[in-house]
Write a protein that binds this ligand. Structure first.
Ligand SMILES: [Zn+2]
Length: 98
């Protein structure tokens, strides 16, 4: 009996639990890989423009936009289009292969 792809599919609500772990960590040390040039650097080493509508984080190498974040009265918006990858090292796991 062959398992069809739709048999393995869940709705997006099932991703909320695992993603909650990501969004409760301190992101200052998270490593963001720029989608434009491929440079990986800690978020704290990026360039922040806080005077835009919301926050704009740019790559320290090519100055491409890595992420944008806006907090409104009724919603939070996070645009990660410019980040190829965000890596968060869990507490107590520094140096462990990932
Ligand atoms: Zn870049």
């Amino acid at each position: 009996m062959t398992e069809e792809p739709q048999d393995r599919r869940l709705d997006g609500n099932a991703a909320a639990g695992p993603l909650a772990e990501l969004f409760t960590v301190d992101l200052a040390a998270a490593v963001a890989t720029c989608a434009s040039c491929g440079r990986a650097a800690p978020l704290g080493a990026h360039l922040l423009y806080a005077d835009a509508p919301g926050l704009v984080v740019r790559c320290p190498s090519c100055t491409g936009v890595v992420l944008r974040y806006a907090a409104g009265r009724t919603s939070l918006r996070l645009d990660l289009t410019g980040a190829r990858l965000i890596t968060v090292t869990l507490p107590g796991e520094a140096g462990a292969p990932g």
